[in-house]
Structure formats: structure tokens, C-alpha cells
Design a protein around this ligand. Sequence first.
Ligand code: NAD
Length: 483
Amino acid sequence: MSNIEFTRLHIGGEWVDALDGAEFETVNPATGEVITKVSEAKAADVDRAVKAAREAFENGPWSRMKPKERAAALWRLGDLLVADAEEMGRIETLDQGKPYLAAKNGDVPTAAGLFHYMSGYATKIEGETIPISAPGDYHTYTRREALGVVGLIVPWNFPLVITAWKVAPALAAGNTVVLKPAEATPLSALRLAHLALEAGIPPGVLNVVTGFGSGAGAALSVHPDVDKVSFTGSTATGRRILEAAGGNLKRVTLELGGKSANIIFPDADLEAAIAGSSDAIFYNAGQACAAGSRLYIHEDVYDEVVAGLVAKAQAITVGDGFDESSEIGPVASKEHFERVSNYLRIGAEEGTIATGGNRIGEKGYFLEPTIITGTSEDARVVKEEIFGPVVVATKFTTEAEVVQLANDSRYGLAAGVWTSNVATAHRVANKLRAGTVWVNAYGVFDPSMPFGGMKESGWGREMGHEVLHDYTDVKTVCVSIAE
Ligand code: NAD
């Protein structure tokens, strides 16, 4: 067992066992070995956490804190994360499998940046003064108010970063939080709760209930005293959450799956397009909701691009995240490894495996970066989200055709366009039904850029000032000032 400090539920500022004493194992996907046991929250524990969050919201110091004090606490949390990068990075790699250098130098500073960026909004949540047309004299204005207790449910692909996407704006807006990390990767959220206390975020403001989706997750989404749920995960689970949220009509944000199209036009800088398209799918072993998993290549450059991409895929070092030469790690769990492996078998039947397609080694959940060609557009590997290091490459001839192909998906999360023609870039970006379109780039994220899905990729946005709307409600105040 590895040395892990925080493994119990975090409720009302205390570290507590689950009421029934239940625990579950969290596993290192690079070795298949148990890292540690973590408390398993069920409905009664979630209820306890919601009560603590409610108390902190209604009566606790959080609601009485001045915006600038909230801002300072969030900024301090960002600083503490930066200072904690080695340990937080170690935990993230152990639990999730991603390369340690990526976790320490990428995920942890990114999460810190979220807290720094969002801390600024704590002092800038403003309403409007409205000159109404009703007869009489009225002074009318709006207030943007915190929603109350928000439930945050996150997946295992970027455990810390996606947690920060949600916790930072939720707290900046003055809400209190019950956070449920994914069962495969519970450790970084627990450590974050410890840092939050140290930063001066009062007890009860950020509660963490580790556990399973069917237990803690379901209890949180159905809880009548939770005002909002922000969820990131699969579209299937998103639907379940929506149903559960119907009971008290809680607000819901859904960041769901994707099958993002990445389009290479013949006038693109091909070297950049090949390198960018390789990162677009293989980064984080393809476990990125926005991964460029459908690659559309113009027929004039198709052979050259596929050959370039095959060479890139074959040059990637896949290995244990603690080995400094590893560029990508294993997929995050045994269950997910089996799911992606099944898609590799399906892909071999539906098309041709240009490279990859196999497991690497006997231990841990490592997969070869894989490129599939020669599929039809209704193939399962083209339609369904694989969420692994697997891209399907398809040839196109005209712009109209590729826009139609790209949009022919139930998802609409992200897209990429590679071209040197500025008019093509903007025209195609306008036509794509995707929440984010990158041009001559892929996978650029920033706390200031709204991110989220169209169609079945979800509702609402993370990051940017847009996200504040998802964590506040508008109150209209109309005051008679007639003499
Ligand atoms: P998942 O839906 O299985 O689980 C996500 C979270 O939901 C976990 O914490 C899980 O415990 C919880 N959960 C499961 N069932 C639940 C239920 N009935 N009620 C409440 N909570 C429940 O997804 P996953 O497999 O962990 O993550 C992969 C998926 O997440 C992919 O589809 C990916 O595209 C998506 N994703 C989307 C974004 C985005 O921003 N759009 C980002 C990352 C991942």
C-alpha cells in the first residue's frame, strides 16, 4: 500500500468513516495493485454532507464572508496547489495512471490556475439596473445570488482538473459544495479538501463523499436539499442524473461525451496538422472528452497524413507514469481497459488497423496508440465514443461533404480545423455544431475559455465568465420610489 494521507470522507471539516464503515479499494492502473482503501459513502453519508453544506451556506461564515475574503481564500488555495504539485501530482499518477510530469507540471498548475482565475470573479458578480416601462416610478435592479448547496460529480480522466473546473466557480459564486469524485480516482479530491481547509475555506463549504455512482452519486443527484448538480461523465449517466434531478427540479449542468471531428484540408501545414492530430487523440491515452477521435482528411493529402500519423503513433512511448520517458500511461481502470479492448476488436472487423490495436505487456492496462482506416460512416467505431487512444481516419472530397460528415453525430463537444485559408477556417468553424472549435490547434484550454457541449454532449458551460451563470440565479428587485 502506498502512503496516502487522506482516505476518509470529508464532511463539515472533519475526516470521517462512512456510517456503515464501508470502504472500497482504489487501484494503480499501471500495476493493477491496490493503492489504498477509501471510505465508501452511501445515501446516509451524502445526507450528512448535504446537511453540513446547507449549514455552512445558511449560517456559516461562508455566507457572511465578504467577496474579497472569498477571493483571497480561493487565491490561497491556488497557491497551495502550486506548492503541493509534487505530492498532488504523485497521487494523480498513482490513481489515474497519467505521466507524473504531465500531472505535476500540467494538471496541478492547471487546477491552481482555475482557482486563481475564478477567485477574481468572487468580487465581480454583479447585477444590472433596469429602466422599466411600467407606469409609476420604480427603481429596478437584479442581483446574482448563489444557488445554495451544489453537488459536483466528476469522472476519472482528469480527476483534479475537472474538479477544479467545478469547485472554483461554485465557491467563487458563494455556494457550498458536496463533491463526489469518480470511484476509480478518489484521492486528489480528498487532498484538495485538505488544502481548502488550510487555505481558510471554512469547514462545511467543500465536502467530499467518495463512493460509487449508483450509491453516493445517485443519492446526491436525487437529494431534495441539493439546489444544483454539475456533472461530467458519460451521456448515459447524464440522462440518469437528469431524471433524478427532476424531483426537486434542481438546476443541472451536464458535460458529457464526445466524438469530435478533426478536419484536415489540403492547404493545411501538414506537419503541424499531423502533430496536432496525434496529440488530439493520444494525449491522456485518448481519455479526453474532447479527443479528436474522428479524423477527416482531404483525399489529396490522405495518404501522406495517415503515414505521418502512423509514424507518430508508433513513436509514442507508452509506459508507467512514474517512468520519465512515458508519454502516455495506461487507461485508467481494468473495466475501461476491457471496454476499449472490445472496441479494438470491433474496429478490426469494421475497418483496417493501420497501426496499434493491441495490449502492451501483461501487467497494467496499457494499449497501443491505434489508427483505424477504411470504415463506413455508420461503423460503431465512428459513431460511438471509445475514450481511448483510438482514432478513425476517413477520406473526404469537398468542404460541404466534410461539414455534413462532421455534424453527423449525436455529440457536439469539440472540433478541429486545419487549413491555411482564413475564410475556410471561419466558414467551417461557423458551420460545425460543436461547443469548441480549434483552428490550426487542438485541445487548447484556458480558465477564460468557456467549454461545453452542443447536442447530446451536454448543457451549460465550464470556465470563462459563462460558468458563473450556471452557479448563480437572478433575483429581480423592484422598488417603488414614487413620492
Ligand atoms: P460515468 O458517467 O460512468 O461516471 C462519471 C461520474 O458519475 C463518476 O463519478 C460516477 O461515479 C458517477 N455516476 C455514475 N453513475 C451515476 C448515477 N447513476 N448517478 C450519479 N452519479 C453517477 O463516466 P466515466 O466513465 O467516469 O467518464 C467518462 C465519460 O465522461 C466519457 O463519456 C467522457 O466523454 C465524459 N467526459 C466529458 C467531459 C466534458 O467536459 N464534456 C469531460 C471529461 C469526461
